[in-house]
Design a protein around this ligand. Structure first.
Ligand code: ADP
Ligand code: MG
Length: 367
């Protein structure tokens, strides 16, 4: 088990044309399930490759516990990696692929043949691939191959697991099951795990701690709850949470804020002092999550904004409504059984305590 630390780590490609990682700092605590969340191209795979040692850093240092590992070879790092692209040995059966890490020369004699077979079967069963053990990779579907790649990492108990979108190619149901299995295995073994995903729900449901990565930079680090409740900037606010947080262009005037140029909302003293401290004089971004908005009658005094239902997207028990007003759209998440019909006029109500405030110049959270 190990703590992993990245200090000012940079990586570039194409002779510096692409800055994949820009001096990132991370501290991944021992025994934690750590998710790296970010859109495609953010630098997630690059981070995993640098920790694994399959690519060199261009700047900065990497530590495992207090040992610097920046220049160690991959096999000197005692990490097990599963990449999104499976890289299985094509001429070897699933059984042989799974057994491979246990037979590595540096681990000779650690495992008897009987122990290897038992461990391979145990992991195969766990991942639901025990009936595929005698097949070759080309005789498997993408999702099956991905599970073999994951299994090849899980057969060992290294200091850290590095999983790069390890279940991206499974169908929704299996992905859900695998998430649960991975979390259970990790809790059982207590092995430090770095797990990348572009799926915010996956990160929120798996992580002890998470980092949001965007264009090679860390936007925020925290627990899922901290990040959801107090997003550090507009990017995180919109990336975490589904559908994304509504961001309303607003203007502060004295004790009130005008939302979208349409309606005035009184600002409590505590929020006004926060805005003053941030030197917000006029322009402000007000964020409100779709599930923090209540629908009320458009004629009600409680209606802060009024609009018309443009779309209703039913997702089983909940529905996502798109409400239009002037040239703006606001999304609302609510119980399907209470949802209005398309075309209906509605009023929107929300509490100022549920609003998030951002500085339009820096896009940073204000508080
Ligand atoms: P993610 O895994 O978050 O999608 P990556 O770490 O794969 O992102 O990529 C980060 C950036 O680096 C992207 O702009 C990607 O195109 C670029 N990149 C990654 N690998 C290479 C490479 N081998 N050569 C050139 N550019 C690369
Ligand atoms: Mg990737």
């Amino acid at each position: 088990m190990a703590k992993i630390t990245l200090q000012n780590v940079s990586k570039q490609y194409k002779g510096g044309e692409i800055q994949a990682l820009k001096k990132i700092n991370l501290e991944i605590e021992d025994g934690k399930f750590f998710c790296l969340l970010g859109p495609a191209g953010a630098g997630k795979t690059t981070t995993i490759k640098l920790i694994a040692g399959v690519e060199p850093v261009d700047g900065g240092k990497i530590f495992m516990d207090d040992q610097e590992i920046t220049d160690l070879l991959p096999n000197q790092r005692d990490v097990a990696v599963a990449f999104e692209t499976y890289a299985l040995y094509p001429q070897r059966t699933v059984r042989e692929n799974l057994a491979f890490p246990l037979r590595a020369p540096m681990r000779k004699k650690e495992w008897s043949e009987a122990q290897i077979q038992a461990r391979v079967e145990e992991v195969a069963k766990l991942l639901g691939i025990d009936d595929l053990l005698d097949r070759l990779p080309r005789q498997l579907s993408g999702g099956q191959r991905q599970r073999v790649a994951l299994g090849r990492a899980l057969v060992r108990k290294p200091k850290a697991y590095l999983f790069d979108e390890p279940i991206a190619h499974l169908d929704a149901k299996l992905r859900h099951r695998m998430r649960g299995e991975l979390r259970r295995i990790q809790l059982e073994l207590g092995i430090t795990t770095v797990y990348t995903t572009p799926d915010q729900l996956e990160a929120l449901s798996l992580a002890d701690q998470m980092a949001i990565l965007n264009e090679g930079k860390i936007e925020q680090v925290g627990s899922p709850t901290e990040i959801y409740q107090r997003p550090a900037n507009i990017f995180v606010a919109r990336f975490v949470g589904d559908p994304p947080m509504n961001i309303l262009r607003s203007e502060v005037q004295g004790e009130e804020v005008t939302l979208l140029g349409l309606t005035k909302l009184p600002l409590p003293a505590q929020i006004r002092s926060r805005l003053a401290a941030a030197e917000i004089e006029r322009s402000l971004m007000v964020g409100v999550r779709p599930r923090d908005i209540k629908l009320v009658s458009p004629s009600s005094e409680q209606a802060l904004l009024r609009g018309q239902v443009k779309y209703v997207q039913v997702l089983g028990e909940t529905s996502i409504l798109t409400i239009v007003m002037d040239s703006h759209e606001v999304r609302v998440k609510m119980n399907t059984q209470d949802a209005p019909n398309r075309g209906e006029a509605v009023g929107l109500n929300f509490a100022v305590q549920d609003c998030h405030f951002f500085d339009p110049r820096t896009e940073l959270r204000i508080d």
